[in-house]
Design a protein around this ligand. Structure first.
Ligand code: HEC
Length: 148
């Protein structure tokens, strides 16, 4: 009888743990996809602003990417995948490599913000390209082509 209760309690605890980690993963996936969409919108805004030589917007949007880049690693808790996520297991298998990418993103966005503040057209052109390269360099090894 006592044994049954104990078994029941530990099964319940395990089940709750499982459910809460699933919820945790689901929330992290939603949040990082939202963050990535925001980065994409910022990157597009930057391209448009570069064409108009709107340096203030380039600088502001680059700084937003500096901010969001620092939230990336926390939104990839171990094993957080689902059929709605394109995150590849390589993220956690090569965590050291993966976790360097948000730092590269922060540096690239911060370089771009500086070039925009200096209104340096040539540097802005180079830094915009470098920023896009960082996005692609992380997507290639760590993001699946398609969902599911
Ligand atoms: C640290 C690696 C990394 C960096 C850097 C990175 N991404 Fe991502 N990105 C990912 C991963 C992994 C996913 C898939 C997330 C998922 O589906 O769970 C993703 C997903 C996306 C998505 C799809 C979001 C959705 O709605 O499913 C967009 C858009 C995107 N990234 C844009 C960008 C842009 C633009 C940049 C650069 C400014 C960037 N990313 C930088 C790793 C990265």
């Amino acid at each position: 009888m006592v044994h049954h209760k104990l078994l029941g309690a530990s099964l319940f605890a395990l089940l709750s743990l499982f459910i809460s980690s699933q919820l945790f993963a689901q929330e992290a996936i939603e949040q990082r996809q939202k963050l990535m969409k925001g980065q994409s919108a910022n990157a597009k805004a930057i391209k448009g602003a570069v064409e108009k030589k709107d340096y203030a917007t380039v600088e502001a949007k680059a700084k937003e990417i500096v901010g969001s880049s620092q939230k990336i690693v926390d939104l990839f808790p171990k094993g957080s995948t689902s059929d709605k996520s394109r995150a590849l297991p390589a993220i956690w298998e090569k965590w050291d490599e993966f976790s360097k990418n948000p730092v590269k993103l922060k540096d690239a966005a911060s370089d771009l913000a500086k070039a925009a503040a200096a209104k340096d057209d040539a540097a802005i052109g180079t830094k915009v390209k470098a920023l896009g390269d960082v996005c692609n360099a992380c997507h290639k090894p760590f993001r699946a082509e398609k969902k599911g």
